[in-house]
Design a protein around this ligand. Structure first.
Ligand SMILES: O=C(O)CCC(=O)C(=O)O
Ligand SMILES: [Fe+2]
Length: 279
């Protein structure tokens, strides 16, 4: 029995090597992915936001609460909140990965998640999942061999604190991006991401993973989660920009829903909740 592990690359490893590992394992770590100035800039921008944010999920998002966590602080919409994030987002390595997996299936891609995930002491492990199952009605999920289907999502989590098995380091199942959808991982197939602050774990939307439990009493695990999806995962019209929110407030509830003001489970959220909260 081979013991699964997550391969780890140097900061100057060629993008092709990272893509080779993602093809093979669906996951890989890159050390020193953020430079010290980026780490400092992110901390400066994010510390204040974290201080003002309670762990857990808005009351109206009960359905997502077990997934989002009870002792976890999530702050989404980071491009509007941190100038350093906008810099980090344009990281050449992530773009090379997105170009490779997504560009064959779309004209251009879109930012899908841009959030800080700070797993606090006492948090239990998130259920293991594939992020691309958010679009569970996509034909990809009727297919027995997901890797033979177009990838629709690529992701990275930057470590803004050290990641360890005991503080909430992401749990990943290497190779699971090639598994039939009904195969469940056994305990020995699950690996905790352990990496120092500044490193990054890359994975595909079809790789099974989940936030780890934080069994410490006083240490938070802070990750910066960024993902891109194929550019056609959206509505044709952009009602958020075409229809002033003041006008939307006067509309019947179901029309508001059709304009996008209800989240679809975890899709379409703002402030980790339903956009309806803004109405
Ligand atoms: O925070 C983590 O380590 C993973 C979180 C995650 O997988 C998710 O929220 O989709
Ligand atoms: Fe996830």
């Amino acid at each position: 029995m081979t013991v699964p592990k997550i391969e780890c690359l140097d900061p100057d490893a060629p993008h092709e090597k990272l893509i080779e590992l993602l093809d093979q394992d669906g996951v890989a770590i890159v050390e020193g992915a953020l430079v010290p100035e980026q780490l400092e800039g992110l901390s400066a921008d994010l510390d204040a936001l974290v201080d003002g944010t309670a762990p857990g999920t808005p009351d109206h998002m009960e359905v997502m609460q077990p997934f989002y966590g009870f002792d976890t602080i999530r702050i989404d919409g980071l491009p509007g909140k941190s100038a350093t994030y906008v810099d980090v987002l344009q990281n050449e390595r992530l773009l090379a990965v997105a170009d490779h997996y997504l560009k064959p299936h779309c004209l251009h891609y879109l930012l899908n998640t841009a959030q800080l995930i700070q797993i606090g002491p006492g948090e239990s492990a998130q259920d293991l999942h594939r992020d691309d199952q958010a679009w569970m009605h996509h034909p990809k999920h009727a297919h027995v061999d997901p890797f033979s289907q177009p990838q629709i999502e690529v992701e990275v989590i930057y470590a803004l604190s050290d990641f360890r098995a005991d503080n909430g380091g992401t749990r990943v199942v290497p190779g699971s991006h090639r598994w039939p959808l009904d195969r469940q991982p056994e305990t020995h197939e699950i690996v905790s991401v352990e990496m120092p602050r500044g490193s990054a774990v890359y994975f595909l939307g079809s790789t099974i993973h989940g936030g780890g439990a934080n069994s410490t009493t006083d240490q938070s695990r802070r990750g910066l989660f960024t993902g891109f999806v194929v550019g056609w995962l959206r509505t044709e019209e952009n009602f958020f920009l075409s229809t002033p929110i003041e006008a939307v407030r006067e509309m019947p509830e179901r029309v508001q829903g059709w304009l996008g003001y209800d989240s679809y489970l975890g899709i379409g959220v703002v402030n980790v909740g339903s956009p309806r909260a803004l109405l």
